[in-house]
Design a protein around this ligand. Structure first.
Ligand code: ADP
Ligand code: ADP
Length: 222
């Protein structure tokens, strides 16, 4: 369960997030939809503890993110927008590096990396530099990194942006599978992303919630 209560964040006097409140329950795939500059990334970064809110609170599975940032980091997996950093590493090296940061050790580390490589079907590319892979593979490496520590909450920033239709389909199928056991939040400016994969949508603009609806309700309005 995620509880977000009256979150606010300003940058140099500009109110990027202006009082956002919502809850997300297990089983939901929440689309966080809004135009560029709406405050999506800032909100998501407050969920992961990456940015500290000016006021309001975020509670993840009963842990308050401000009081317990370590718990928050272990509960959340995050896919940043775009290609993974460290493009000169191979997926195998990159996942090993992330596993070290996450504190996965010994046999457990090796078996979990193996499991994630199979799940994301990265076997054929796991020894090639990430920079040399297709966008679809790069995105799958990003998702592999996000789920490596088996978080209960998965936050995906523009997960299919820039992918061709086939790669989009594959990533969306993957998200559907992951959503069976995790709360998934997809941050996006694309309505289709929400109507195709999400069970619920929150629309934000100028740092405020404009609508909280099912994807079909949103489609009917647009
Ligand atoms: P979105 O993800 O919806 O595109 P963001 O949360 O990235 O929106 O940004 C919301 C607003 O806050 C934008 O106007 C952006 O320029 C501003 N902003 C975001 N991060 C910073 C920052 N670190 N410093 C100053 N302004 C920022
Ligand atoms: P950079 O040096 O460009 O910040 P990072 O790898 O630290 O490179 O981050 C890449 C992007 O992902 C940045 O925009 C950063 O704000 C975001 N990011 C990284 N880790 C997190 C996190 N735990 N929560 C939210 N955003 C994150």
């Amino acid at each position: 369960m995620i509880r977000i209560d009256n979150l606010k964040k300003a940058f140099n006097g500009f109110q990027a997030v202006d009082g956002i409140t919502f809850n997300v329950s297990p089983g939901e795939v929440l689309g966080f939809l809004g135009p560029n500059g709406a405050g999506k990334s800032t909100t998501m970064k407050m969920l992961t503890g990456f940015i500290t809110p000016d006021s309001g609170s975020v509670s993840l599975c009963g842990f308050d993110v401000s009081n317990d940032p370590v718990a928050a980091k272990s509960l959340v997996g995050y896919l940043p927008e775009g290609a993974p950093a460290y493009g000169d590493m191979t997926p195998l090296n990159f996942l090993s590096f992330i596993a070290d940061i996450r504190g996965l050790l010994g046999k457990h580390k090796t078996s979990r990396i193996d499991e994630v490589i199979h799940l994301l079907e990265l076997q054929s590319v796991c020894n090639r530099p990430i920079d040399t892979l297709s966008k679809g593979f790069k995105r799958r490496v990003g998702i592999a990194q996000a789920i490596l520590h088996d978080p209960q909450i998965l936050i995906l920033d523009e997960p299919t942006d820039g992918l061709d239709p086939n790669q989009k389909y594959q990533v969306r199928e993957l998200i559907r599978g992951l959503a069976k056991e995790k709360i998934v939040i997809i941050s996006t400016h694309i309505l289709e992303e929400v109507t195709v994969v999400c069970t619920r949508a929150i629309v934000i603009a100028r740092g405020r919630v404009l609508a909280d609806a099912t994807p079909s309700e949103l489609e009917a309005r647009s």
